[in-house]
Design a protein. Structure first.
Lengths: 671, 154
């Protein structure tokens, strides 16, 4: 197996190299058979990487500890599912997995575009093959997944227990899928610059890839947060750790990109900006890998410090320099006569949304790099923690929510005060009323009041939009309300799917704000039979069960939860001890309701005194963070759903030798 | 081009506002991130300040009271060969300064043990005791715990 894997990776590298030459030479000299051969080489490359992945998976499943990787991240007693997920549990494996995704996506792109985009495609494929060469180079020469051990150990070292969790099984693949698919729009952007096809065909051809990437970045971030919430046992889900920030920044920039391309599609503006955004999004995916792998930034989640840092940094710098050069070489041709006419316009709202999103990304970047920068400039390491990120991003998030209500409804070009009043009166009244009600109910934090009002305002605008669409359909087609809603979404999936995503964002944001402001925490050491109060709940420690398997020892506490004297739940937080690694871990018990989560941690067991220490968090509305995430995902699926009309437009646009003029129907936007 | 200018001003104002937020937040929330030796050198000027100190739990120094949830231990400088925060387990603590750390009202972290690398967040008192708000053990995502000799090549 190791030999097969090593050979396959070497062949894949050669194929990637050949494909670049074939694609570029074939395109320059107009030899279709040569570009076709370059395309086929990419498919062969994908097949080779697939063989390598299969080889590593086989070794993992068979616990072949002659492989360093298998011995480092698995053991005999590790459950099979984690032997499978161990493929992305360690450095070499996760790079291989990344490369695998890249080659799969590249093959799909090559297939999708075998007759489309004849000028751009060979260059886009060459760019993707170039990225593949970097990763394959790493796998072949720097961090080899099929490295053999001189002495075969009797058993492996096992996977870190914190990673033995289903969220950790799906979090990295989601994030990697999001990261890697961002390279497709990037490759087409770069190709558009190379061949000078500077209309929006590169955007249209890769729109679904961009949304696909955003979808998985969203899921990846949420899964990571959920993992932190369930596994790390500190009652929170986000700590602004560099590793988290690394995943969050590409999401922010991708969000900005998805919004600003609408302005280019519709108004032919922001062309340079869009190319810069996609470059930034791609660069940040590399940067994220760089900071988590290089040890430049100390994170509580310290990854293996490895020699990968300099390679990633070099590649990142090369990409930034080359891409910036490409953009600069075309800047004159990218100028457009169109300009912003009024602050009260959709273009302006989208521009500001972009500035705020990129502003947040920059703040996160700055806060993450601050220790390194301060050490370089002042010679002393200064860190900024979660308070910094919350202070900066709190107000910016409010601005973003506000723009989310305004942007989709305000008129293009310029809006009169009359039409503004007409459009926004009802949602604004709804928002203010919500804030006032919350104030009367006893809320005094201005931030929470503002957040609630703005959230209600956004929901109000969405309701107005749906009502307008539904009543139009009822008048014109005579449909019933539910049918009209379904058809409305089906016929304008980009626009109404977008609204669904916005609803999810508002709910998630509400959950974040409520959990940040109103979390209560109780820490208590109690004897068996003792009870203590957490908010409206009374918790009684009934006793401890201990169990043992070959893999892990478990001490599970039984805690009865009562409200007003009536038992409502039995919760069983546990402490685990992983034998192979000699490492303890915590299993949290969570009772989640839409109103609040009760989160019980068995924080310690004192053998001498028989005391059990519990740490209990009562977090209101955090449920809505996850629910909002699910709605965002559903909305994204609606947006990605194939749309016949749009297909026709894309087909026309990408086949035409010259950019088509005029408006596309696939653009979301009111009239 | 008055329109372009007007938009440039608006954009500039937003960027300036974001910049201001960042600068103000840094001023209010920055903490020194130091090693034990660095704290020793600057002990005078650091007294009373919020700090993050990276060090290693000195063996034989741990006191834990489960009733009051009070953890106390000595924080020492790891020997120069190891990078702090990377390898969770190492054999020894170098000679040199040891700071006494007290953390009240927090559960003992799972991974907390002698010779572990930890990050202590708290205030340095005038007598050299660190009143910790939080003790973070290196809680690594994907680290390699302890590498036996044949694995250790990098």
């Amino acid at each position: 197996m190791p030999l097969i894997g090593t050979l396959a990776l070497a062949l894949a590298l050669v194929l990637a190299g050949y494909s670049i030459i074939a694609n570029v030479v074939g395109a320059r000299a107009s030899i279709p058979s040569l570009t076709a051969s370059g395309r086929h080489a990419l498919w062969a490359m994908c097949a080779m990487v697939t063989v390598a992945v299969g080889a590593l998976w086989t070794s993992l499943l068979h616990s072949d500890f002659s492989l360093e990787y298998v011995a480092s991240y698995t053991s005999f007693s590790l459950p099979t599912i984690y032997k499978i997920t161990a493929l992305w549990g360690g450095q070499q494996g996760s790079l291989l997995f990344w490369t695998w995704l890249l080659t799969i996506f590249t093959s799909i792109v090559a297939f999708q575009n075998r007759r489309r985009n004849p000028e751009m495609t060979p260059y886009a494929l060459a760019v993707l093959a170039g990225i593949a060469i970097f990763f394959l180079g790493m796998l072949n020469f720097v961090t080899r997944p099929f490295e053999l051990l001189a002495v075969v150990p009797a058993d492996g070292q096992d996977l870190n227990p914190l990673l033995q969790n289903y969220w950790m099984a799906i979090h990295p693949p989601s994030l990697y899928t999001g990261y890697v698919s961002a390279s497709v729009p990037f490759a087409f952007g770069a190709a558009a610059l190379m061949v000078g096809r500077l209309d929006d065909s590169w955007i249209r051809s890769t729109r679904r890839w961009a949304i696909f990437s955003w979808f998985f970045l969203t899921l990846g971030n949420l899964f990571g947060a959920r993992w932190a919430y369930e596994v790390l046992g500190w009652g929170g889900y986000w700590a602004w750790d560099p590793v988290e920030n690394a995943a969050f920044m590409p999401w922010l920039v991708m969000t900005a990109y998805l919004h600003s391309v609408m302005i280019q599609e519709r108004k032919d503006m922001l062309k340079v900006w869009n190319l810069v955004l996609i470059g930034m999004a791609f660069g940040l995916t590399l940067f994220g890998t760089f900071i988590t792998r290089s040890g430049v930034i100390s994170s509580v989640h310290s990854f293996t410090q490895s020699g990968l840092g300099p390679y990633f940094l070099t590649f990142l710098i090369a990409v930034v320099v080359l891409y910036t050069g490409l953009v600069l070489s075309r800047v004159k041709q990218l100028r457009t006569p169109a300009e912003f006419e009024s602050y009260l316009s959709r273009e302006a709202a989208f521009l500001f949304n972009n500035l705020v999103l990129v502003g947040i990304a920059f703040a996160v970047f700055w806060g993450t790099l601050f220790p390194v920068l301060s050490e370089a400039v002042r010679g002393v390491k200064i860190t900024v923690g979660p308070p910094f990120f919350n202070k900066v991003n709190g107000p910016l998030a409010l601005a973003l929510i506000f723009l989310m209500g305004v942007g989709p409804l305000i008129a293009w070009r310029r809006s009169s005060f009359d039409s503004l009043a007409k459009t926004f009166a009802a949602p604004a009244i709804f928002g203010v009323t919500t804030g006032v009600c919350a104030f009367i109910a006893g809320l005094r934090e201005w931030y929470v009041l503002t957040a609630l009002s703005l959230g209600a305002f956004v929901l109000g605008t969405i309701v107005v939009e749906f009502r307008r669409g539904v009543s139009a359909r009822r008048h014109m087609v005579g449909e019933s309300v539910p049918v009209a809603i379904v058809n409305l979404i089906g016929k304008n999936n980009r626009r109404y799917g977008g609204y669904v995503i916005h609803i999810g964002v508002v709910l998630a944001f509400t959950g974040i704000v409520a959990s940040a402001f109103f979390k209560t925490e109780v820490k208590k050491s109690v004897k068996q039979g003792d009870s203590f109060q957490v908010g409206p709940y009374e918790l009684e420690y009934l006793g401890m069960n201990t169990t043992e398997t070959a893999h892990v020892e478990t001490a599970r506490a039984r805690v009865e939860v009562r409200r007003n004297g009536r038992p409502i739940a039995m919760m069983e937080p546990a402490k685990l001890f992983f034998k192979r690694l000699q490492q303890p871990a915590t299993a949290v018990a969570i009772r989640s309701t839409p109103a609040a989560d009760l989160y019980v941690v068995l924080a310690g067991i004192d053998d001498q005194s028989g005391l059990a220490t519990f740490q209990v968090f009562l977090t209101p509305l955090v449920f809505w963070l996850w629910a909002g995430g699910v709605i965002m995902a559903m909305g994204t699926v609606i947006v990605m759903w194939p749309n016949v009309r749009e297909r026709a437009v894309i087909a026309a646009a990408v086949r035409a030798p010259l950019p088509i003029e005029g408006d596309a129907q696939a653009v979301p936007g009111g009239d | 081009m008055p329109k372009r200018l007007r938009f440039a001003i608006g954009t500039g104002l937003i960027i300036a506002a974001i910049g201001y937020l960042i600068v103000a937040a840094v001023r209010n929330t920055a903490e020194y991130y130091l090693t034990v030796n660095e704290v020793k050198v600057r002990q005078g000027e650091l007294a009373g300040q919020m700090l993050r100190v990276a060090g290693r739990v000195a063996p034989g120094s741990i006191g834990w009271d489960p009733i009051t949830l009070t953890l106390s231990f000595g924080l020492a400088q790891p020997p120069p060969a190891d990078q702090p925060g990377v390898k969770a387990v190492a054999a020894s603590v170098g000679g040199g300064p040891i700071f006494h750390v007290i953390c009240r009202g927090e559960p003992k972290p799972d991974m907390f043990a002698a010779n572990r690398d930890v990050i202590v967040e708290g205030t340095l008192a005038a007598d050299g005791t660190i009143e910790a708000r939080q003790v973070l053990t290196s809680c690594p995502s994907k680290y390699v715990p302890k590498q036996p000799a044949p694995l250790n090549r990098e």
